[in-house]
Design a protein around this ligand. Structure first.
Ligand SMILES: [Fe+2]
Length: 335
């Protein structure tokens, strides 16, 4: 297929990845993990919900954790639009595409629109949240990894080309993509609105499921320090992958599995990607099998993800066979 072009001007102005809503079994345990260990700031809490933000974030929340006795899941992926007028336009765009859209009341958010995208990812758009103190220079508030802000989400879906076309039609720009050598069969697409490489990423796999939410930290040292601090808090084994260096995006990273199995990424800085003449960066699948250094992620990173509440997951026609750590070690032994 041809690589989709972005709609310009966008039919409504999505500004960025905003927040994630996860359900958890034990809110006190999650608080110990995200706040005491990793250093997220608490914007609000009650008996059943915890609202968190990073040090750079001046809006109310980028993580919402809800206590639930059900199997832990992701309820919604949150995106921001610029104005209330953009919300109205968004509702019209989704309804015109045959995708139901409804207004809902959500605590600590302005008017909120619930929709699902073309591959079934449950989204919520809002234009405002209450303003909170930005803690970026309040260094007494910094501890753990000093997480700065939510940067992007990654979703698994068996319909990557469809997701890519859908978001390009909403004005998202394709910054990078991975395809098998010699084809444009999209396996992995990195889509952005805020001017760096990602706001939302789609990768081939059973889905829709949430693979991870990613948070930036000040520098590579904070990534290493987070490993030491997590270990000191008894959470060292929740490190799933890394520290390592990405190909696409070129950031340094670690991936973590929280006490409920939800995955998040801590990574350092990204480059800018906003000029009109910037074309998507292509990666052949074979390039990614030859890492400049480090080991590939273990199999769980490729296969496990958070289900979306009430959303059925479908398998891809062709089951992925990625170069997992387990496969890498077997093949190296044979060589
Ligand atoms: Fe990521």
């Amino acid at each position: 297929m041809a690589i989709p072009r972005s709609a310009y001007p966008a039919p409504f102005n999505t500004t960025r990845a905003s927040h994630i809503v996860w359900t958890v079994k034990d809110l006190a345990r999650s608080r110990a993990y995200y706040v005491d260990c990793f250093g997220f700031a608490v914007s609000g809490e009650d008996k059943s919900t915890l609202y968190l933000r990073g040090m750079e974030e001046a809006c109310h929340h980028s993580i919402v954790l809800k206590q639930s006795s059900d199997h832990p899941a992701c309820e919604r992926v949150g995106l921001r639009v610029y104005t209330e007028e953009d919300l109205e336009k968004a509702k019209h765009v989704f309804e015109r595409a045959g995708l139901p859209a409804k207004w809902v009341e959500v605590p600590h958010q302005g008017r909120t629109l619930h929709v699902s995208d073309a591959v079934g990812t449950p989204l919520e758009f809002c234009a405002t949240q209450p303003v909170m103190p930005r803690l970026v220079v309040e260094f007494k508030a910094h501890h753990g990894a000093s997480p700065l802000r939510l940067d992007h989400f990654q979703i698994l879906t068996p319909e990557v080309p469809k997701a890519c076309q859908f978001y390009c039609d909403l004005g998202f720009r394709l910054s990078e993509f991975i395809a098998p050598d010699g084809t444009d069969d999209l396996m992995f697409v990195f889509l952005q609105r805020k001017g760096n490489p990602h706001d939302i990423v789609f990768a081939n796999g059973s889905g829709p499921r949430l693979h991870h939410a990613a948070f930036s930290v000040p520098d590579a040292q904070h990534i290493l320090q987070a490993c030491d601090i997590a270990s000191a808090h008894g959470f060292g084994e929740t490190l799933e992958s890394g520290p390592g260096r990405h190909g696409p995006g070129h950031a340094m990273f670690t991936y973590w599995r929280d006490p409920d199995g939800h995955r998040f990424e801590l990574f350092n800085t990204h480059y800018q990607m906003m000029d009109i003449e910037n074309e998507p960066v292509r990666w052949n699948a074979s390039q990614l099998r030859r890492r400049p250094w480090g080991f590939p992620p273990q199999r769980s990173w490729y296969e496990e993800a958070s289900n979306f509440s009430g959303v059925k997951s479908n398998d891809p026609v062709q089951k992925p066979n990625p170069m997992s750590l387990e496969r890498f070690l077997v093949e190296r032994e044979k060589a």
